[in-house]
Design a protein around this ligand. Structure first.
Ligand code: GLN
Length: 471
């Protein structure tokens, strides 16, 4: 059942919120014991449901009455261990809710737990987990990756038989990538559309909180709740996504086909399915044009990784064993002390990013790397802005490959890992909204169709995605 229909039934009194929550908690724990989608459960879920139930009976329940919501581990939930998947934050229970979580509660959602991710978001296959965490397994084939970094969010979104929505987060593709690998809808909004207050930062100029669901309509519903200005995040926009009824039509719309995204290195079966989807839009009355993004494809990966690592290395400096998070016996000079805490509690990829990011920011190298990358980013933004003069929405595959096996991933070099993001770093660098939806089966999996919109044009993306879903 769709979430929209579920809320309607709850309000009409035909679904019992408490019973539904009980069932959802049991099922989630069972799934988790096999697939590792949760880093922590919110043990107050049933108590939350009882409060919502009272409001339902009084006829004052909100837009998400009784809806079960999972929250990526890097987004703070009051009283529930929130670690961003890192041992360095083990035991940290925030005293507050992130703004996005608070907005869901205000609409009577039920928070069920914290979903698995790459440590701090550092990865695309959810195998770069923190020390002591478990790798989530693909819901369609356990020997394969869920995608990352929001792997747990996508896995539970696919696997849950109860109506469920996920709050996820993307820095360079972490929402659409796992959505594509797990066959669900992932919606990453415009930078600033959702407050980042309460988000454990990866790279502040790139981080976006977004949503996952089984349909575009449900993903849009959750975004409409969590978007909008928040005085605690000065980069959050006043531009709240207003929800509306779909027109169910793409007639007269111009869809730009990203030429480079169908080329070498992209699995030909994915190219075929995405091309079929585009033909479907043409059949429904949309016009298509070919669009080229040469700068984005040539410089996107190095630009993204330099900026993301520079910001990440700065953000991780605060985990020094003195303020919060992991600490140990006070021994030696401060440098020795904090090195010992960090050596023990950061995983290999986090250490790599601290080293590379710190190097790229050093006096003498800054102009060659960080400043250059910032300039390249501006060029990439300009390139997209030009593209949107020719079309309303861009279309491309989301991921160039199907979910790889863990065995295949173990053989990849760090650079090969980073290259898997070739199709998703562009919209993330430019802060553009983008959406992935399943578009045609390949064995047990689906190809992901990626739709990219101009800033604050999420509704257009949802409209196109929804039109595709209507057979
Ligand atoms: N795979 C990319 C990275 O490792 C993106 C991850 C993300 O969006 N958090 O940085």
């Amino acid at each position: 059942m769709s979430v929209i229909k579920f809320v309607k039934s709850v309000k009409e009194g035909s679904i019992d919120v408490v019973k539904n929550a009980e069932k959802a908690v049991l099922e989630s724990k069972k799934i988790n014991s096999e697939y590792n989608y949760f880093n922590a459960f919110d043990e107050t879920a049933l108590a939350q449901a009882m409060i919502v139930d009272k409001k339902v009976r009084k006829g004052i329940a909100g837009k998400l009455a009784g809806v079960i919501i999972s929250v990526k581990d890097c987004i703070c939930v009051k009283g529930v261990e929130s670690t961003a998947g890192s041992a360095v934050l083990k035991g940290y229970r925030p005293l507050f809710d992130a703004a996005a979580v608070e907005k869901c509660r205000a609409e009577d959602a039920i928070i069920i737990g914290k979903t698995a991710q790459d440590e701090f978001g550092f990865g695309g296959f959810n195998v770069n987990i923190g020390n002591g965490f478990k790798i989530p397994l693909n819901p369609l084939d356990k020997s394969r990756s869920c995608g990352g970094s929001s792997g747990g969010a996508a896995g539970i979104t696919q696997k849950a038989s109860f109506p469920h929505l996920a709050i996820a987060e993307s820095t360079g593709g972490s929402i659409v990538n796992p959505a594509a690998f797990c066959g669900v809808v992932g919606l990453c909004p415009t930078y600033g559309r959702v407050s980042r207050y309460g988000l454990i930062d990866y790279a502040n100029s790139l981080d976006k909180i977004g949503t996952m669901a089984k349909s575009c309509a449900d993903a849009g519903l959750l975004l409409s709740v969590i978007s909008g200005h928040d005085e605690k995040d000065s980069t959050s926009s006043n531009n709240k996504l207003q929800y509306f009824e779909f027109k169910n039509s793409v007639k007269g719309m111009k869809i730009g086909i990203v030429k480079e995204a169908f080329g070498e290195g992209v699995d030909s079966r994915i190219v075929d399915r995405v091309s079929d989807a585009i033909r479907k839009f043409e059949d429904k009355g949309a016009e298509t044009v070919s669009v080229s993004l040469p700068t984005t494809f040539k410089y996107g990966i190095p630009t993204y990784y330099i900026l993301a690592m520079c910001e990440a290395s700065t953000n991780l400096a605060k985990y020094c064993g003195m303020r919060y998070g992991a600490h140990s016996e006070l021994k030696g000079m401060f440098n020795q002390y904090f090195s010992a805490v960090r050596t023990k509690n950061f995983g290999a990829e986090a250490k790599r990013r601290i080293l590379l990011g710190t190097f790229a920011r050093m006096a003498g190298y800054r102009d060659a790397y960080y400043i250059k990358a910032a300039q390249a980013r501006t060029r990439i933004i300009e390139e997209y802005k030009q593209a949107f003069k020719q079309c309303d929405v861009l279309a491309a595959p989301t991921m160039p490959i199907l979910p790889p096996t863990f065995e295949e991933i173990s053989k990849l070099t760090p650079l090969q890992n980073y290259m898997a993001d070739i199709l998703t770093v562009g919209p993330n660098l430019a802060g553009l909204p983008h959406l992935s939806l399943p578009c045609g089966k390949i064995n047990d999996f689906s190809a992901g169709l990626q739709l990219i919109g101009n800033h604050f044009e999420e509704l257009e993306l949802l409209e196109v995605g929804n039109a595709y879903e209507q057979k």
